[in-house]
Structures are given as structure tokens and as C-alpha cells.
Design a protein around this ligand. Sequence first.
Ligand code: C2G
Length: 720
Amino acid sequence: MKKVSIITPLYNKDKKYIEACANLLERQIYSDFEWIIVLNEIESEIDVLLHEIKKKFDLKIIIDKSISNVAIARNKGIMNSEGDYLYFMDIDDYIHEHTLYCLVETMKHSSADFVLGSLKKVNVKPSFSTSYGVMMDRLVESRNIKAKSVTRKKMRASCLNILYDMNFILDNRITFNESLSDLSDITFTMPAYEKSTNIVFDKDAQYLKLRRNDAVQFPSLSQRSNRALLYPRSFSLAMKELDSESQISAMLRKRLLYSYHHRFFNSLYDGELDDNRIILLEEWSKAFLVMKLELFYFNRKIHNFEIKNLVDKNFYKAQKIARIRSTAKKIKKMIKKPKTSKRILYLSFLSKKLSVKPNWILYESFLGKNYSDSPKYIYEYLSKEYPDAYKHIWVFNENEKNIPFKAVKVKRFSFKHLYFMARSKFLVNNMRQPLWYVKRQEQIFLETWHGTPLKKLVFDMDDIHSANPNYKLDFYEQSRSWDYLVSANKFSTEVFKRAFLYDNEILEYGYPRNDLLYSSNKDEISLELKQKLGLPIDKKIVLYAPTWRDDEYYKPGQYKFKLTLDLERLREELGKEYFFIIRTHYFIADHLDLENVSDFVYNGSKYDDISELYLLSDILITDYSSVFFDYANLKRPILFFTYDLEKYRDTLRGFYIDLKEDGPGPLIMNNDELINVLKNIDQVNIQYKDRLEKFHNLYCDLDDGQASKRISERVIINSD
Ligand code: C2G
């Protein structure tokens, strides 16, 4: 059997990945390999771990103080290899059980210089299916039918998931350029492409790179390094190893030019040409020179002129031309995409040229979906107590929404919306603002947030399963604009500080949205609401308000929901005594078809304000939604329908509190249990009375019906 040397550079801070990586290697169908881990120093904890692994398979540990980057580590690994084949793997990546097997088999059948497997970047931890199907296919075909010659498109910069013939690498003296702290791969891969006569591709050999989701606290090497500077440097160093007339050189030139135009424009030209920018431009200028300007292909004269000035180090002129090019591009974009044009208008005109109005307040709740939550109650308080003192503007997705008092209503992302966004002194929002919004110096951003957290939030979350892989970074940037953040209790304050990395002012004042629950005429309001919605007044109303599942989505912000309640059975068993309101989370895109149970269920999913539904209902059923923290203000029964508890708690999110031990109501796993609990609700109430009381004292102690007043006075009325 031919031996594979697998080389993995390791940083001590990445120790959490070691075990999983070792498990992946242990499971490889092809087992004749040595694993070479290269580090510059070793923590004792890692030492112990590696010695355990050593018992399982052939592991070499290379420790060398001189290793200061990945290039040096990989070169050291090669020097210490004894295999016939060479393979690079990073500690936090994933390969299938059959990956090595496929690569080696294909190598044997094709006598290639190297075999490329497929490399994918993923946002979510992969769950592997077994290799059975792939292996059977290959065995039945009994030859490497999957291998194909490699086209230039497939020639990637990364050295990962490529099985190299060791002699080919050694004979051609291919190494990583050690002067590069990052992006050194192309100094290895490009010369290899150029020198090879036979490269094949095997699509069965898969390798997955999981994008690190916390670019703020734990950035990967690529998220950390100054790419705008390293990019041209690594390209020119790679170029030095190549024949300037070769096809690979031409490919590199094209790729560098593409990045210059499309990726690095902002870093290079958007802003003053200060010392740092000049250093950057010097690097690009050098790279274009090394890479032989005359061989570049330009289809526009203006590009020629810009690059010529850059190479001649006329940086100011190059910047001028680049800006003309960028403005022309923006105008083109504006014509093609009106949505973008509004943003450009906002950023370059509205928010720069128009003055801020000191008594204008812009409100938005749940991304314009409804008139609700804390922004609503702050608005109503100000409108009632300070009539005519402020101009109120509400942002909605729909054109027409009936709301009390006097407010300008604008459609979200319309020109009017952006106009008021630029001119209002106060912005009151219960979610995150658009990423492109830039807060003006005179503006005050009041973030009310939307719930006491049960589910772990942002930086407390380990892996992100939601549709947006940049969630943490986006969140971090957006929350830097918040001047005040509302918290309903001490517990939330502590979580927000840590989970949002938030250090501006927190208003631990209780939730304005819960003021309604302390109204003196609760019964009257409740009756009125029931009549308005056509709900029975002689039955107990059960509000079912579940949350969303991070891994079940169509696209960002549009999530799936499958109803697990068996409504027909519930109607049969409970219909005489109970009536249900079903209220899906605002992220849920699926519409529930409740037509055939309409005599037992009201679909409250589109109803504006859930606080009103709390008030009129007698019992709440939820799962992991923050709704129960608010509902506990009413001290009415709360039930948890937690049919997928383990997955939600242990895989998707993680919780801050132990629902089973400390939740204010029972956990119910299926319809049978639910029917039983509702039939015996009085008993359940007695059983959970103390726990509900304790829960109330912990999380609802600040709510008293005056939170809107406290917050309005602190942020708006007394602001100078
Ligand atoms: N909500 C609603 N209807 C539901 C669920 C939630 O109207 N069926 C509203 C409630 O006001 C709730 C808020 O949306 O408090 C937030 O919903 P969560 O289910 O808690 O989920 P999420 O939007 O992820 O909020 O810290 C807050 C939460 O941890 C995050």
C-alpha cells in the first residue's frame, strides 16, 4: 500500500478541533497514512490529547519555535514526511470516510502528478451520510470513472484536498513561500499546476470547510489578515516561480486584475490617500510590474490608464480615475437596480446634506411587519402625554395600516422611509436596523429589543445554524450604533452585555410592551378585544405561540413551520371548554391552513400585537419563545409544548435557563399529554404555583405599567 502523509498545522488556540479531526481520520477507509501535526509550541493539555491519539494511529508531532506561519509549518511537514503521497488538511475541516480512499485509487489508476478532490465552504456543521453508496458505485464500476482531467476553472488557489505525488513535489522543489503570513497557498499550487503534465479531478473525494461564524472574537486566519496588502504580494511571489508566458501565469494575471477591480476597490481608493493606503498601493503597483503589465488584457481604455498610473506610482491620478470608474459603476447599478439606488442616494445625499430634526421620531417594530411591541407603547405614551410635541413616523411593510394618534406612515425602504431615517433625531427599533444604515452624529438610537432571552444569543452561540453566516459580524456592527438598549430585568442586562459585546447604556427599566398587562381595566379591554376578533366569551382561551427553528428555512428571514398540535383531536377532546388562538412567529413564512377547525381555532399569526393576545387569553402554550417571560406578568398558567426539546436545546441553540427545573410550567412532549394537562389544569396550577411566583419575582419584578414613561423620559423628553 502507498502511504499518505497528511500535514496539519496547529495553533494552540485551536485545540477544541483536535479530537473531531482525529475521529475523521480514524474513520478513513484508506488507513495507510501518517498524520503530521506541526506546531510552534505545545500546551500540556494538547500534549496529553495528542499522546492519546498516538495510540490509535501513526502520528508525528513536529514542534519548532521557528514556525511563525502556515507556510513554514507546511514546509516543515513536507520535510518530515515519509509517505508516497502528500495531503494537506486543516484542523477544523471535514472529510468523508471515503475521501482519502477515492484520491488514492484515482491516483493509482491515472498515474497523475496529483489528484484534486472537491472543496466546498459550508456555513453549517455537516452531518455525514455513510460512504456506502459512493463505495458501492465505485466498486461496481471497478474503475475510477469519476476521474476527469482538470480544466483551468477547477485549478484553485487552495492546496487543500489535493493528493500530490511526493516525488513530483520533491523533484520540482515546490514549496510554500515562507515570507507570507497568509495566502501562501498559491506559491505552492500554481507552480505545481505549471509543472505537471497530468492532473485529474475526483468529485467523490469531498472536503468541507466550515466558515467560522465569529469573525469578531475568533477570526480565522483569512478573516484576520490584511488581504488587500497580502493579495498582490502573494501573487507576485507566485509569479516569480512561473514562466511568464505560461497559461498559468496568464490565469494568475486575470485573477489578480479581477480582484483589483471587484474586491479591493474600497480598501485602495475609498478615502484619503494616507500612509497606510500608500503602502497598499505601492504593493499593488509592484505586483502589476512583476506580473508584466504588457501582458494584461484590458477591454477598456480607462482601465489601461488607471493601471498605468498605478504602476508609475501616480497614485493620486490613479485614484481619480478609479473614482470616475466607480461612480460610473454606481450610476449603472442605480439604473439597473432601483433598490440600490435609494441606498446610494441615502448615503451620499440624504444623510449628508439634510439637517436632523430634533423632534422627529421614527418607529419600527419587527422589520415593519406590525404595529406592536415596545415601540408601539412608547409612541402611544408620547402621543397621549405630549400631544403635538413630536412628529411621529411609523415604518410598515404594508401601505395602509390603521393606527391611533397622529403619525406619518411610510413604506419600508421607500424614498420617504430613507428621507425620515436621515432626518429623525430619534430612531426607536425593536430589531436590528439595515446594515447599510450609518447613524448620524446628532441621532439617538433607542434599541428596545424584543424579549428576555431563553435561547442563547449572538456571541453566546457556538455554531450558527441560521441562514446568515455573517450573523455575528453583522450583529456586532449594527449594535455599535445603539445608544440605549432596553432590558426587562437584571438577567437580560447581564446576557445582553456579554452576548452582544455591548457596553453602551442599558436601560434596565422593564418592557414598555408589558405596560398593557398592568392596565387597571384589564377585563374590559379583554372583552372588547374578544368581541373585535369574534372569539367566544364563554370558553377558556388558549394562546399557542411557538418560536422559529434556526435550521428550517427557505431563505434568510423566511422560516418553515410544521404544526405538531393535532387540532382535530384537541377539538374533539377539549372543544366544549377551550378555544385556541394560534400565533406563529414573525419569521414564519408558511401559512397555516386552519379552515376545517375554524370553529375551534383563530389564526392570530397576522394579528399586530401579541401583548393584546396575552391579555385576552387564559393560558399560554409556547416552546422556546421569549413570550413566556412577558406572559408571566399575568401570573396565568404557562405550558411548554416541547416536542423537539433535545434538538433545539442541545444542537440548535442552547438555553440560558433550565426549563425543566426552573420553567414556570410543565414540559409537554405530545398531544396526549397536552390533552391530559388541559383537562386537569387546576391541578397543574396548584403544582406550579410556587414556581410561577418565583419566576415572576426573578424576571417580571420591574414591569409595573410605567416602563414606557421611564424610557421616554430618559431618552426622548429629557434629551438636549
Ligand atoms: N413573538 C410573537 N409570536 C410568536 C413568537 C414570538 O409575536 N409566536 C414575538 C414576541 O414578542 C416575542 C418576540 O417575538 O417576545 C421574540 O420571539 P422569540 O420567539 O423569543 O424569538 P426571537 O425572535 O428569536 O427572539 O431575546 C429575545 C429572543 O431571545 C430572540
